[in-house]
Design a protein around this ligand. Structure first.
Ligand code: SF4
Length: 234
């Protein structure tokens, strides 16, 4: 049952859709104008081509109708950050605030994630890229369905191909299971390094889970230290 506040915001978004042309509206794509700090001379040579391809890919995502989530989203959320990042963070899907703004990991969980990254000298404006397995919000924040993940996966694979990160941080159970190919719980999956298409994957808890349960801060810190070890090549 929706409460009055939810009904109010939904009405407001519907009115905004009416004014702006609905969910297919073009939002300003976050700039990818700077090479991240993992951008070597060889990668710099192809930087502008990759930046152009990324903009085309983001526009495809913004108007995508490949799965049923296109019917309930407000804005698709391609991702944001730099090309050639040290770290790509992959969550499961946009929440309400992300759906409203078109930006990944905003709100309390996003600010908390920014703190984690900052602890390892990471930042979405200089050396990280942040996105999700599915680019449109599953209604009511339910888990994305298998067919939705499969439909959206080609976008993630193309993003990783263009981004060429050193390491992936998988945030939460759903992203960790899909990227490792295993269906264990996140408490079992974390603590080891996996491989997704040649990129090392470090699974950890989702920031919103850690905000709800402070006991998870220690394992997350251990996972971030593991990430740092991979980045330093030790
Ligand atoms: S979730 Fe992915 S596949 Fe589904 S409509 Fe959105 S962008 Fe397209």
């Amino acid at each position: 049952m929706k409460n009055t506040a939810q009904q109010f915001w939904e009405l407001l978004y519907l009115f905004e859709d009416y004014l702006t042309g609905g969910y297919e509206q073009q939002r300003e794509v976050p700039l990818l104008s700077l090479p991240g700090d993992a951008c070597c001379d060889e990668k710099k040579a192809c930087f502008s081509e990759a930046a152009d391809e990324m903009k085309i890919l983001e526009k495809e995502i913004l108007t995508c109708r490949k799965c049923g989530l296109c019917g309930t989203r407000h804005l698709a959320v391609p991702g944001e950050g730099v090309l050639c990042p040290s770290v790509v963070v992959i969550g499961e899907g946009p929440g309400a605030e992300e759906d409203r703004t078109g930006r990944p990991f905003v709100g309390a969980a996003g600010k908390y994630l920014d703190k984690w990254l900052s602890a390892i000298d990471g930042d979405r404006n200089t050396n990280c890229y942040i996105c999700n397995l599915v680019k449109c919000r599953p209604p009511g924040n339910r888990d994305p369905e298998e067919d939705e993940i499969e439909a959206c996966l080609t976008y993630l694979v193309r993003q990783l191909d263009l981004l060429k990160p050193k390491v992936i941080l998988a945030a939460g159970r759903i992203a960790s299971q899909r990227l490792t190919g295993l269906d264990s719980g996140i408490g079992i999956l974390r603590g080891k390094v996996y491989d997704f298409k040649g990129i090392p994957v470090v699974p950890t808890y989702h920031p919103s889970a850690v905000l709800r349960n402070q006991d998870l801060r220690r394992p997350v810190w251990e996972d971030l230290k593991q990430l740092q070890i991979l980045l330093s090549g030790r």
